[in-house]
Design a protein around this ligand. Structure first.
Ligand code: HEM
Length: 408
């Protein structure tokens, strides 16, 4: 069956950016697999939970964007190999090799050892915020927290944090600045070029001055063991840096808004902090930062829900829609921090399941837990409808700013 594409003007509206969940509900009910046009690229969107999980492990859906077909051209554009030809955009056996090299560093036991350092970073950031009675929680807390943690882990010197953050923010907020699409594309390309040059130089610096950090370990894997090429060294560093802070930052922002707009749930959590780990999972299910999994490519004509997805199509798995599927979650639009554990796919599924899941959970638990404890009377600084968000078609779901007030 050939399906009429949903035009970008119908789906990616300002209303969708503010609250995409009614549109997702309509898609799940009427068009669970459908072609959609977006300002970025056209794709087939899969919106039901069972189909989403099947698609994330379907070997006919490839992640090898840099293989035959050069699918990356449609998705990232030319000259993107230097940053994006990494494990997330590859299939086994390359994916297995690239993931194995770094997976040790993200093992739960290793991550647990970082707990005191994460707590210290959280307290330092909050020490600056607490006396002020109000702040932009994205700028002052949600973005710097995971950025400082992943920079520590990788070994990015503190003196470079500001410019690295500037470049990654240009990439994250693409489409939202007051710029023409051409100027926006040029700004993103410029930020990518600078970040690429910076990471290439940093790797050389670590080679000249061996360091006991994750980039140092990757240099070893490249030079001593020959497990990584020079390009893979840089693309892996970029992936860990980018994936390691954007999603966590947006998650902390989204979770804070969800709690502040559901005061009964916030009260429950304040009264019973032991609910925090399960609340984090529920908040991720409720409004996650990665609404659609990274693009997959159909390697042959495939059928889902009676719809033919032609060979060569880009396929998006709508994680945030799947996580609200009533077939899988009772009363899915209700935020319930005491919800019985129901496995969501906020961290993905299959071989590309989030490598940083333990770190993300720990940062969110310490970050949100301490934030709620140390900022009594926390409330939104503007009505929820006035919050400035990333554009509807952004690959991320998050806030540009999160003004909050609290008792100083
Ligand atoms: C709340 C925070 C986070 C969320 C919601 C999240 C979510 C995800 C999801 C859904 C995927 C799978 C994408 C796909 O299949 O297309 C993924 C992959 C990945 N994540 Fe996370 N992530 C978070 C934090 C982190 C952190 C802190 C790191 C640390 C470095 C990280 C590193 C990665 C990497 C390297 C991959 C690619 C794994 C692979 O291709 O095998 N993530 N993440």
């Amino acid at each position: 069956m050939t399906e009429r594409p949903v035009p970008a003007s119908e789906l990616y509206t300002d209303e969708f950016a503010a609250d995409p969940y009614p549109s997702y509900a309509r898609l799940r009910a009427d068009r669970p697999v459908c072609p959609v046009s977006s300002p970025r690229f056209d794709s087939y969107l899969i919106s039901r939970f069972d189909d989403a999980r099947t698609a994330l492990t379907d070997p006919r859906l490839s992640k090898d964007l840099y293989g035959p077909g050069q699918h990356y051209l449609r998705i990232f554009g030319p000259n993107s190999e230097g940053l994006n030809k990494n494990m997330l955009n590859s299939d086994p056996p390359e994916h297995t090799r690239l993931r194995r090299i770094v997976s040790q560093a993200f093992a739960p036991r290793r991550i647990e050892a970082l707990r005191p350092r994460v707590a210290e970073i959280v307290d330092t950031l909050l020490d600056r915020i607490v006396p002020r009675g109000g702040c932009d929680l994205m700028r002052d807390f949600a973005i710097p927290l995971p950025m400082l943690v992943i920079s520590d882990l990788l070994g990015i010197p503190e003196s470079d944090h500001e410019r690295v953050l500037d470049w990654t923010q240009v990439i994250r907020t693409s489409g939202s600045a007051n710029r023409s699409p051409e100027k926006d594309r040029a700004a993103v390309q410029e930020a990518q070029l600078r970040l690429h040059q910076y990471l290439t130089d940093l790797v050389q610096d670590k080679r000249a001055h061996p360091a006991d950090d994750l980039i140092g370990a990757l240099v070893d894997a490249c030079d001593r063991d020959g497990e990584l090429s020079e390009q893979e060294l840089v693309t892996t560093t970029f992936l860990l840096l980018f994936a390691g802070h954007q999603t966590t930052a947006d998650f902390i922002g989204n979770a804070t808004v969800a709690l502040l707009t559901h005061p009964d749930q916030l009260e429950l959590l304040l009264a019973s902090p032991e609910l925090l780990p399960s609340a984090i999972e529920e908040l991720l299910r409720f409004d996650g930062p990665l609404p659609v999994a990274s693009p997959r490519i159909a390697t042959e004509d495939i059928e889902y829900q009676g719809v033919c997805i032609p060979r060569g199509s880009v396929v998006g798995v709508a994680i945030n829609s799947a996580n609200r599927d009533p077939e899988h979650f009772a009363d899915p639009d209700r935020l319930d921090v005491r919800r019985e554990r129901a496995p969501h796919i906020g961290f993905g599924y299959g071989v590309h399941y989030c490598l940083g899941v333990s770190l993300a959970r720990m940062e969110a638990q310490i970050g949100l837990g301490t934030l709620l404890r140390r900022l009594p009377g926390l409330r939104l600084g503007v009505p929820v409808a006035e919050l400035r968000r990333l554009p509807a078609a952004s690959p991320f779901r998050g806030l540009l700013e999160l003004p909050v007030r609290f008792a100083a």
